[in-house]
Design a protein around this ligand. Sequence first.
Ligand SMILES: Nc1ncnc2c1ncn2[C@@H]1O[C@H](COP(=O)(O)OP(=O)(O)OP(=O)(O)O)[C@@H](O)[C@H]1O
Length: 465
Amino acid sequence: MVGKKEEWVEKHRPQKFEEVAGNDKAIDQLQEWGEKWKNEIPKYRAVSLVGPPGIGKTTSAYILAKEHKWNIIEMNASDKRTKDIINKIAGSASKSGTISQGSKGRRLVIIDEADNLHGSSDRGGKKAITKVIKESSQPIVLIANDEYGMSKGMRSNSKKIEFKRPNQKEVIRLLNKIAKKEKIKAYKNALREIARNANGDVRGAINDLQSIAEEIRAEGKEKIRKSDISLGSRDQEENIWKILNYIFRKNDFETLKQVKRDLDSDITPEDLLHWVDDNVPKKYSGNELEKVYEPLSKAAMYLGQVSLSGNYSLWSYASELMVYGVAVNKPYKSAPRYTGPKIFGKLSKARSKLKKENPISTKLSERYFISNKSSSELIPYLKLIFENDPERASAIASEIDLKKDEVQYLGGNEEIYESAKEKRKPKKEKNGEDANEKDEKMDKGSGSEKEKEDNSESQSSLGDF
Ligand SMILES: Nc1ncnc2c1ncn2[C@@H]1O[C@H](COP(=O)(O)OP(=O)(O)OP(=O)(O)O)[C@@H](O)[C@H]1O
């Protein structure tokens, strides 16, 4: 297994309120509410921490629990928030433990992405949360980017605490502190540039600092200069929001064409693919999601071809597939709340993500002769396959010789891994070679005859997904 790179955002996550950049007022309000729980069950049993992503909402909830020695129960959007589950987890947690147990016996229930309960798996979830909030004898923190994404019941039964983006000075101060701890030197105007680009997104700023610091170190340079920072501009981002709006919401293809033309000079199709790809699951589900992934996966293939052949004429096919291919498939009327691609957060995170050693994409690129970048773009599609199509997943797992933890990473189960292992077996036995020995060779990616043989097979399995 390749060791996981330590994320600075985790490593330097504030442990005390004094370490949180900005948001003094919000923190005061949060602390005041926390104090109330010492002697009584306050009027509001829940607070909702509302504000843009990456500015310290979750961190502050954790610090509050730490200061009061409360245990934490955290739920997030990936939990299946059916009514039953909510009642079981949050309901029981919030009812057990009483004032007589004192502050220490408490549990803080943190419900992350409280504004993001939608789809059938959340049916009843909002109601259940409201009920829990009303009846809870335990403190509850709701975390939301969009206040109005929460139900009315959740809003009216929780005290709203607004978190705001820290200003540039506060972000620079924080970056400076982190740089010192990491023993990275940086010119002040370089840190200013990172903060300016992050526009108050502290998580984004720290991620940017980390990826730039890694680049600098790799190049043997001593100090980060402003010229080392090549982050995308906010104008570009604005145009991206615009195109996402047209792709997902509107049926005005004429304007979509115009917006696309404007954006073409601003963003590469590779980057656009990340944006569309990350937002598609918010809009589509089930069969519809599958339908939309078809043009997206073809677009990814074209991009793979571009990086192989250098034939940039394929770029326009790729971007047309991802823009029009998704737009014509729009099934719902409502619009999703768009977010920047998790893969690159505020633009430059892409670089650090793509640079992360990912053994799966290495195997893909070695086997299919595509660049590492293209192969890492295939990973979301592989995940879709591994979650929904065990047959094909096992064929792919066998062809690229995925290890158990890699199959699991892609969302596959043990059966997929076992059946892939079975598929490989006869070939090993036919060659009369010791299976372990061979596995080792394959792990090392040795270019054997067998591998060449596998290449032709695997092309077909991947080729038509
Ligand atoms: N105000 C801040 N001061 C110091 N560090 C921060 C601040 N905000 C964010 N960070 C850094 O970013 C990371 C993520 O922050 P956090 O999870 O608290 O954001 P959030 O506001 O809850 O975002 P989301 O809405 O996406 O959940 C933290 O681990 C921390 O390193």
